[in-house]
Each structure stands twice: as structure tokens, then as C-alpha cells.
Design a binder for this molecule. Structure first.
Ligand SMILES: *Cc1c(COP(=O)(O)O)cnc(C)c1O
Length: 379
């Protein structure tokens, strides 16, 4: 089935009791059983909920996976993957990734005796070198947040497969519309569905997708044992969001390309980070593993003072100053004080994330209006 058709029909069966074409919001905590142990597959809503079941089916399909699981947030999905591990296990993670993932790893899981090695995953060989007998998981993000670095999923999957190590890819920035890591050999895909999947900045949710039935069982066991499940209303919102993912992503990509090129030619703008530039170091890999380049980009001003950056950050009208990304409306963000403040400054600078970097989530408005807004703010 082609993408557009899949996004509209994934997980959507008419409601068996009424024929409702849209999956109802099953706002219930429990289900009446006919006799002890005789039920319709639903016992208690932490374990199963029909709205969530429909969404989990959709999650599987949109990532070309066999199974999907929904969580109360993206970090809850990440947390669930981490609970596959035991003290003494090692994780190799990207040195440039979502600040909240780094915080979970360094502030929560280190305490429980999990060891982390952070490497530059844009070179797959760095991962191969770092893998030891204790390594159980490799965690990557591509494109990365906020520097738009690209890692070669297929090359990394070859390494992890050979060493019997799980590979989990945070696919939030690309969305399933642009990239499908399971097809490239990853074992688990993680999404913050809060972003492009929900698409309307009105829900917090996370997802995991996988092909291996035993792995699905382990992750489902953690989901129901630890309880970070989303409510049915949130599942309904993400189901609705997925139906227009392809339409939104097309426009995010078109607008992203226009604004990236425009910024690059602007006399006040310094470096622009966008993986669609032919001279971007990850361009060839992006071209190979992604269908387009997305709507996320970052840039620095030629004037690298904090005042200049702050001025731009507080002068836009259409771009709202806020954390998050992937909604229909455009957002402007200051990683150093907002999304990435949980990463120590020395570490940020060492990874190339300057104090004055500005990140944009390009929405689906008219590109000319967005450019005019940035033009005014830069002036
Ligand atoms: C937002 C985000 C997360 C965390 O997801 P939440 O839904 O906020 O918990 C993880 N990874 C990336 C790349 C993100 O942008």
C-alpha cells in the first residue's frame, strides 16, 4: 500500500458496536467480564484499551513494522527501552541528541549502574570501536537535534547485528514519512509522537515500533508493569494526526528548503544547519536513507553575541518562541537555554552546539510570510 493510503487507513476499522468510522475514545478504566477469565480481550485499561490498540496498529504500519506500542510521552518510550537493561550493561549513544534523552541516561540510568559511552555516530566506525562485550544497546538519532547531523542507519545496523547488540533509532525529526529505520536494519524505532505524528502541538505521547515478537513481548511487559500508558483521548488525537502526516510533511519539507536557502543567502546569517545542502557532511547519506530533508533547521548569526541572538529570538511574530517542534505552526527555539539546557555547557560546546544557535521548526504556513517574519526579526 502506498504511503498516503496507509496513513489514512492504518489501524482504522469501523467500530464493531456502532459502525462509527472514527475509532471512538474508549474513556474507560475497566471492562465487564462475562465470567471469571472470560472477556473480549480487554481486562483493565493500563494493559489494553481499544483506542490505543487502533493507534498501536497504526504505529506498526507507518514504520513498516510488525508491532507498535504507545506511551504517555516520548521519554516514557525511551525509558521503556532502557528497562530492557540490567546493571553492568553498556549503552553507546550519540553525543548529539535530544537533551531529555541525555538527562534520562545520565541522571537516572547511570545511578542504576548502566554505563554510557557517547560517540560521534556520524562515523559508524566510532560505534564499532566503542562496542565491548557488555554493550547491549546502541542509541542514535538522525537527523540530530539541533545540529542536523546524519548517521548511516544501515551501516550502523550491520555493525550492531554482527555484535548482537540492539539498535534503537529516535526517528522523531525525520518522521516515518521521510525515513523508516526498521527497513534499514534497526531493531526498535522510537518517536516522540508529540511532534510530527500528533502534528498539532496538542498532545504529549511516545511510540515504539519493532519487528521481533519476543522483543515486543518484553517491551509490552514493561509497558503494562511500569504503566506509562497514554490516555484514550491522546491516542485519538495522534490517530487523527497521522491521517495528514504526508500532507503536512510535504509542506514542512518545501518550506524548510525555501527558508534554508533564503537564510544561507542572508548577509546577517552565519552557518545554516540543514541536511539538504549538498555541502552538508551528511548529505549523501541523507539522500540515500531519507525521502526529503524535513522542516527542521538551525542557524547562527554572523554577530555571535548573545544580545543579537536574543533580539532575533524575541522579535519574530509568526514564529513563536517555544520548545517542541513538528506542529503545523512555526516555532523558534534557543537550544542553549531551552531544549538543551540539561546538557552541561562544556559538553554542548564540545559537540558544536554554540550558545547562540537558533533552531527553527518550520510549520506549514505560507513560506513567503515566514520569510517576511524572519526578515523583519533579522533587521
Ligand atoms: C521531544 C523529543 C523527545 C522526547 O519526547 P516527549 O514526547 O517530549 O517526551 C525525544 N526525542 C526527540 C528527538 C524529541 O524531539
Amino acid at each position: 500500500m502506498k504511503t498516503a493510503t496507509k496513513y489514512i487507513h492504518a489501524g482504522a476499522e469501523p467500530d464493531p458496536s456502532t459502525g462509527a468510522i472514527m475509532t471512538p475514545i474508549y474513556q474507560t478504566s475497566t471492562y465487564v467480564q462475562e465470567a471469571p477469565g472470560v472477556n473480549k480481550g480487554y481486562e483493565y485499561a493500563r494493559s489494553q484499551n481499544p483506542t490505543r490498540t487502533a493507534l498501536e496498529e497504526a504505529y506498526a504500519q507507518i514504520e513498516n513494522g510488525k508491532f507498535g506500542l504507545a506511551f504517555s510521552s516520548g521519554v516514557a518510550a525511551t525509558d521503556t527501552v532502557m528497562k530492557l537493561l540490567v546493571p553492568g550493561d553498556e549503552v553507546i549513544a550519540a553525543n548529539d541528541m535530544y537533551g531529555g534523552t541525555y538527562r534520562l541516561f545520565s541522571k537516572i540510568y547511570e545511578k542504576f549502574g548502566i554505563q554510557f559511552t557517547y560517540v560521534d555516530t556520524t562515523h559508524a566506525a566510532n560505534i564499532e570501536q566503542a562496542i565491548s562485550a557488555k554493550t547491549k544497546l546502541v542509541w542514535i538519532e538522525t537527523p540530530t537535534n539541533p545540529l542536523m547531523n546524519i548517521s548511516d542507519i544501515e551501516a550502523i545496523a550491520k555493525i550492531t547485528k554482527a555484535k548482537n547488540v540492539l539498535l534503537c533509532v529516535d526517528n522523531t525529526f525525520a518522521s516515518p514519512y521521510l525515513q523508516n529505520p526498521l527497513d534499514l536494519g534497526a531493531d526498535i524505532v522510537m518517536h516522540s509522537a508529540t511532534k510530527y505524528l500528533g502534528g498539532h502541538s496538542d498532545v504529549i505521547q511516545g511510540a515504539l515500533m519493532m519487528n521481533d515478537a519476543a522483543l515486543r513481548e518484553q517491551l509490552y511487559f514493561i509497558q503494562k508493569s511500569c504503566g506509562a500508558v497514554p490516555g484514550p483521548m491522546d491516542c485519538f488525537l495522534v490517530l487523527r494526526g497521522i491521517k495528514t502526516l504526508h500532507l503536512r510533511m510535504q509542506r514542512h519539507c518545501e518550506n524548510g528548503a525555501k527558508i534554508a536557502h533564503w537564510l544561507r543567502n542572508h548577509p546577517k546569517v552565519g552557518k545554516v544547519y540543514w541536511c539538504g545542502f549538498e555541502d552538508h557532511p551528511g548529505y549523501a547519506i541523507a539522500k540515500k536513507q531519507m525521502r526529503d530533508f524535513g522542516g527542521m533547521l538551525s542557524f547562527e548569526l554572523k554577530d555571535d553575541s548573545m544580545e543579537a541572538a536574543k533580539k532575533v529570538l524575541s522579535s519574530t511574530k509568526l514564529f513563536s518562541l517555544a520548545e517542541s517542534l513538528g506542529g503545523v505552526e512555526s516555532l523558534i527555539n534557543h537550544p542553549a537555554t531551552m531544549t538543551h539546557a540539561s546538557i552541561p555547557r562544556e559538553k554542548r560546546i564540545a559537540n558544536g552546539l554554540s550558545d547562540t544557535l537558533i533552531r527553527l521548526s518550520i510549520g506549514v504556513e505560507d513560506a513567503d510570510d515566514l520569510i517576511a517574519d524572519l526578515e523583519k526579526a533579522l533587521a
